[in-house]
Design a protein around this ligand. Structure first.
Ligand code: ATP
Length: 353
């Protein structure tokens, strides 16, 4: 960037609630008691199912929605209470990108990126170099005079990103920005966002229903369900030791490991009478490896395990792995204690006869 970039701003949600008027005088609670702090320069992914409250949460950061209770602050400024010039100033600090790009069809790439600066009343001599810079940053120099209809989805999102950065915001909001893109284009857009975060230091808050997006880009994450944050923390920590059932179910989609059908169909929560096998998820992080552990279980304790499925993932530079195992239920407590003592995390998924 030719002009010095601003650093990111913290985003804080403090006991935020939001209710909408519903039909017949009823009220729809979209958010309840949401407290979350996103540090300056972090990339935070909010994941949740449809209707969980993600968009409502995001839209509070730029004042498109106001909380019914609690406060939302950007860089210490209370967004919900801001009006007029103060709200406009906050909005200049908060850029946003959208699932369907929201570009003006009648404007070229250049014209779309320049628009927020024209609205802000910047002199045209200052607009040109900044827009050229932004177009170069997102790699669209050769397409600057094209119209949106002449661009691919990934290129359109690059225009959306350049436009969102035009006012040199401290925060970038991403509303399912890669949901309409194919997996390869998703990766290039996520890489671009990560580069922007690294180079400009701005805080990125993104909402998604895809755990892979969180894994690939977010330093921190929060899981939202029924308007409440059910789990949050550094992405690596949540992936390695998910506590909430919703988090686990999102994770089972992304780790690519699910129980084989012949086991899943027979799985019971309670241990049955007689001989049975316990089905276990074992998670290992960083330097802990399972290979020696599983063979030591056999050589030291005489406990044999069956590996049902397994995969190794990376979160940023850190590897972590997941294994699904089954073993004699009568020896399972002993085996789990042994694995936990050696730094592995275990979770009982159920039992099969
Ligand atoms: N303007 C509104 N008026 C009434 N109810 C609303 C309004 N906006 C959202 N809601 C309700 O609030 C809840 C949360 O909606 P929200 O759009 O924030 O969820 P979401 O997680 O973003 O879902 P999706 O992924 O489908 O966009 C839903 O029950 C929704 O119907």
């Amino acid at each position: 960037m030719s002009e010095s970039a601003k650093t990111g701003a913290a985003i804080t949600f403090d006991k935020v609630g939001k209710a909408f008027p519903g039909s017949g005088g009823a009220r729809v609670t979209a958010l309840e008691d949401v407290s979350l702090t996103i540090e300056p320069g972090a990339i935070c992914g909010i994941i949740g199912r449809s209707g969980a409250g993600k968009s409502t949460l995001l839209r509070m950061v730029n004042g498109l929605e106001r909380p019914t209770s609690g406060t939302v602050a950007v860089g210490g400024r209370n967004v919900g209470a801001a009006r007029g010039a103060e709200l406009r100033a906050i909005r200049r600090d908060v850029g946003m990108i959208f699932q369907h790009f929201n570009l003006l069809a009648s404007r070229t790439v250049y014209g779309n990126v320049a628009l927020p600066l024209e609205i802000a009343g910047l002199p045209s001599a200052q607009i040109r170099p900044r827009v050229e810079d932004l177009i170069a940053r997102v790699g669209l120099e050769t397409l600057r005079d094209r119209y949106p209809a002449e661009l691919s989805g990934g290129q359109k999102q690059r225009v959306g990103i350049a436009r969102a950065l035009a006012t040199q915001p401290k925060v970038l909001l991403s509303d399912e920005a890669t949901s309409a893109l194919d997996p390869e284009t998703t990766q290039t857009v996520l890489r671009l966002l990560a580069d922007i975060n690294r180079d400009l230091g701005l805080t990125i808050l993104l909402i998604t229903h895809e755990m892979a997006v969180v894994r690939d880009i977010a330093s921190h994450m929060a899981v939202i369900e029924g308007g409440r944050i059910v789990e949050s923390g550094p992405t690596y920590d949540v992936f390695v030791a998910p506590r909430h059932a919703t988090t686990r179910s999102f994770l089972s989609g992304v780790t690519g490991i699910t129980l084989p059908a012949f086991i899943a169909n027979r799985l019971q929560q309670a241990r049955p009478e007689g001989a049975s096998e316990q089905v276990l998820r074992v998670t290992f992080a960083g330097r802990h490896a399972t290979d020696p552990m599983l063979s030591q279980l056999n050589s030291e304790l005489g406990i044999r395990v069956n590996i049902l499925a397994g995969a190794i993932e990376e979160i940023g530079p850190h590897p972590f792995g997941n294994l699904l195992l089954s073993l004699d239920a009568a020896r399972a407590d002993e085996a789990r204690a042994y694995l936990e003592r050696h730094g592995l995390l275990t979770e009982v998924l159920g039992y099969v006869r």
